[in-house]
Ligand binder design. Structure first.
Ligand code: ANZ
Ligand code: ZN
Length: 855
């Protein structure tokens, strides 16, 4: 028989697809639209198995929707700015731009070789001038709209290299290059006002019912809404009044200290005259700026010796401390500490010997014996030791405390969000330049739109020198003020690359490719027609930042009138796929070995190159550093793209990890041969035939095929591709056993091949054309299920006698209980068993079982 040769068949069909341009999405189509998108790749230089799995999943959806009659948009591009290009250029002495475009070219070919149904006409890279020019225009629109502002904020400062470091360049609190302990410095930075949308971004999560619950929860936590009280404490003596934020005003009677952030204005003032306050601040600054760093650092405090009045207790004062765990960026940067009911406060109080007064009594504790030792009680209970709040529960205590403070004129109930504005300034070269000019006379001005883009200089960039290459570039900085014409200074910060990925999907939807449109970010009508993305697929590592920033951007674009998307949600459906894992192999010295270099000999693993023994370790995510990677190129060469795609989809549910194994791939390869074997001897016929007159085995096959197809469809709809795959196997087996050559077989084959098409499109095209399909299988409609074939017409019922299974009978599905009973009692095994016994009872559970009780 003819052998199925993927390396010949696959490129041949790819040429057909390309020459017919079948994957180009038509903006003006009358069909319902479907936008399928996978998170676009960073051009690191190689396609890895994670990419294959990610894009294969999106491709299943895209092809399935096309078969269902949708006009499908399924584009691809490159998330191309960022640090790795600078690092690579630093090492090689090359240019980040050359490195990036070289990688894109190197990755496009294998990506095309995988045969995804992608509209390549819309391809772009975020580092294309045409793209970042429009991003600069958006930045200016956002600025006009009040969604962009400039303020002083902390940056990571390397005191040896005298430069700002990106977070990624700070490793364990030290500069990546100098190894110096990184300090926090204040610098002017650009921010996107994402907090304007805090409430909308939170509420919108409730409408995203096709998002994973865990992602919605993570975003909700990140936004971190809390209702509480902002109130003023009155300082005594040298201590000025100041505001605190608390979510637990019900515990005010348990307050035993005040803690101010080291960056609180009051502390900064104190530091001017007290050098030990200043040294304490410097010590705190070493911890870093991230919330995790602060949360995990040991608690540090400094007693100022100053006092404030307790708002409720006449004559009581509270000591004012400076504490490293209070963040300036949240609430008011000041708190009251209630050690009995907050673990952080308790740790702090124990360390510095401050009072611990319990004020919330747990349900089954008695007030006389209740005490707090090392564990704070944060649950609900009854208020004690709390004056006018005594006896109240948490909710009543909260509202009573808030009203009282409001009546006293000391504060008001407020809502706070943990969400901070998005700091987008990066002191790096390989990013979108922020289109701003600084003039000594006129201030900070936007670059006039006609002067966009502010293009990155493409000349030798020496990345071995610390600092921002744009800042020391000989010409980039120098520009004339657009207002007064005098020499001025260009902004040298570039935008966080998360900005690039916050609107690329709108450009795909409203762009024709080749840098079009060139006069706006995207065509408003087309983008608004396609959006939201119906199905987005990507890694769960983007659960918060990327997916939140994109939700912010669409709202900003909407409010600037650029996008007609009333609810502002860019992604209606989201799926987060699992990873591709592989065993790690090591040699005797513990060095990692590529799976491709490992061989099995007499049951032992050996290194192909040295013949020495190899140890198999854990199965973990494929990563270059552990060498447990399989190169998609190699797999495609050996087995073909379909097999690689099939395997990553077949073995596990899509949201779980899939372990890459050689045997699994071989299994997938064999399966593709088996499918081909079913059709290779069929002379052209009609794979769209419907065998309505079938009976006997032919009817059984029809039933089997329609039931399988029903489950295959349900599996795709529910993103459980592995269950679809299992049904495809079943149907293939059933067809393998079927010996007649008739319409029922042709119909079942036609169903099978169309079901396979989203997974193994090349094999499916080859089979479809062999079967005589008169369109491409890509253009063939999804099989229509004949509901009548799903109804069981006969069922098998087990018969139990005195609780033991003794026999079974086959009966029509709609047979009455009386008839079933009569048949069961006539069964020859039953007759023999019942000989000499009296039947006491016959219980029939419809569709399930027959029970006979006799003695
Ligand atoms: C007194 C208190 C008593 C608090 C108690 C908690 C328990 P969420 O829910 O996350 O909003 N807090 C306020 N501002 C802070 C800041 N800038 N840095 C560190 N901690 C801060 O948390 C609000 C609670 O976190 C506030 O309520 C405050 O401590 C603390 F039994 O006030 B609480
Ligand atoms: Zn000027």
């Amino acid at each position: 028989s003819e052998r199925y040769n993927a390396s010949e068949v696959e490129p041949r069909w790819q040429d057909v697809w390309e020459s017919r341009d079948i994957y180009r999405a038509d903006d003006n189509s009358d069909k319902p639209k479907f936008y399928a998108l996978e998170m676009f790749p960073y051009p690191s230089g190689r396609i890895h198995m994670g990419h294959v799995r990610n894009y294969a999943m999106g491709d299943v959806v895209a092809r399935y929707k096309k078969a269902q009659g949708f006009e499908v948009l399924h584009p691809m591009g490159w998330d191309a700015f960022g640090m790795p290009a600078e690092n690579a250029a630093k090492e090689s002495g090359g240019h980040p731009k050359d490195w990036t475009y070289g990688n894109i070219d190197a990755m496009r070919a294998p990506m095309k070789r995988l045969g995804f149904a992608l509209d390549w006409s819309r391809e772009f890279a975020t580092c294309d001038e045409a793209y970042y020019k429009q991003q600069q225009a958006i930045f200016l629109k956002f600025w006009e709209k009040g969604l962009v502002y400039r303020k002083t904020a902390k940056v990571n400062w390397d005191p040896v290299d005298n430069t700002v470091l990106a977070n990624e360049q700070v490793i364990d609190g030290k500069g990546w290059r100098s190894g110096a302990v990184v300090e926090q410095r204040d610098m002017d930075q650009w921010f996107f006002k994402i907090t304007n949308y805090a409430e909308e971004l939170l509420e919108g999560l409730d409408t995203l019912d096709r998002w994973p619950e865990k992602v919605r929860t993570m975003q909700a936590n990140w936004i971190g809404k809390s209702e509480g009280l902002e109130m003023r404490f009155e300082g005594l003596g040298e201590m000025p009044d100041f505001e605190i934020f608390t979510t637990r005003p019900d515990t005010l009677f348990g307050a035993s200290f005040i803690a101010l952030s080291p960056d609180h204005p009051v502390v900064k003032d104190l530091a001017k005259n007290h050098s030990d306050v200043e040294s304490f601040r410097a010590e705190c600054a070493k911890i870093g700026t991230t919330e995790e760093a602060i949360a995990t650092a040991p608690k540090l405090g400094y007693d100022t010796g100053l006092k404030v009045k307790h708002p409720f207790i006449e004559g009581k004062t509270l000591p004012v401390w400076i504490a490293n765990f209070v963040l300036m960026g949240y609430g008011t940067g000041a708190i009251f500490g209630c050690p009995a009911h907050d673990q952080r406060d308790l740790d702090f109080a124990r360390k510095y010997h401050l009072d611990v007064t319990p004020v919330v009594l747990p349900q089954n504790e008695s007030a006389d014996t209740y005490s707090i030792v090392t564990e704070a009680f944060t649950g609900e209970g009854t208020l004690i030791n709390s004056g006018f709040l005594n006896g109240l529960n948490k909710a009543d205590g909260l509202s009573a405390a808030i009203s009282k403070i409001e009546d006293m004129g000391l504060g008001k109930g407020v809502t706070n969000y943990r969400l901070r504005d998005w700091g987008v300034s990066r002191q790096r070269y390989w990013g979108c330049p922020i289109p701003v000019i600084h003039c000594d006379d006129c201030g900070v001005l936007p670059v006039p739109e006609a002067d966009l883009p502010v293009a990155l200089p493409y000349d030798h960039i020496d990345l071995t020198i610390p600092g921002n290459p744009l800042d020391r570039h000989p010409t980039f900085k120098h520009v004339n003020c657009p207002a007064c014409g005098k020499p001025a200074r260009r902004e040298t910060d570039t935008l966080d690359t998360f900005a690039d990925s916050s609107w690329y999907f709108s450009r795909f939807a409203g762009g024709q490719g080749n840098g079009e449109p060139s006069d706006k970010p995207f065509d408003k009508t087309s983008a608004s027609d396609w959006l939201p993305v119906d199905q987005y697929v990507g890694g769960v590592e983007h659960a918060v930042l990327h997916l939140l920033y994109a939700r912010f951007f669409t709202r900003g674009l909407r409010d600037c009138g650029l996008l007609d998307l009333p609810n502002g949600e860019p992604f209606a459906g989201l799926f987060t796929q699992g990873m591709v894992t592989h065993a790690v192999y090591t040699d005797e010295a513990g060095k990692f070995i590529l799976p491709a270099d490992v061989d099995e000999k007499d049951g032992d693993l050996i290194d192909l190159n040295t013949g020495k023994p190899v140890t198999k370790g854990d199965v973990i995510k494929m990563s270059k550093s552990k060498k447990n990677v399989v190169d998609p190129d190699d797999i495609i060469k050996t087995y073909g793209a379909d097999v690689a795609r099939w395997f990553v989809l077949s073995d596990s549910p899509p949201d779980r990890d899939v372990e890459w194994t050689e045997s699994g791939v071989v299994g997938a390869w064999r399966f593709s041969k088996k499918v081909w074997a079913l059709v290779e001897n069929i002379e052209s016929a009609n794979p769209m035939v419907v065998a309505t007159a079938a009976e006997g085995p032919a009817l059984d096959l029809r039933r089997f095929a329609h039931k399988a197809m029903d489950k295959i469809t349900a599996g795709i709809e529910a993103f459980r591709f592995n269950t679809s795959v299992a049904q495809i196997y079943e149907l293939t087996n059933a067809l393998g056993k079927y010996k007649q050559n008739d319409d029922a077989k042709m119909e079942a084959l036609g169903i099978l091949i169309r079901a396979i098409a989203p997974f193994m499109p090349h094999l499916a095209e080859e089979c479809w054309s062999k079967l005589g399909g008169d369109t491409l299988v890509y253009e063939a409609p999804w099989p229509v299920i004949d509901e009548a074939m799903l109804v069981e017409d006969s069922i098998t019922l087990p018969i139990q006698v005195n609780g033991k299974r003794r026999s079974e009978i086959n009966v029509p599905a709609d047979m009455s209980k009386n008839d079933i009973e009569a048949l069961a009692l006539a069964d020859e095994h039953v007759v023999r068993l019942l000989d000499g016994l009296t039947i006491r009872k016959v219980i029939i559970v419809p569709g399930r079982i027959i029970n006979i009780v006799a003695n």
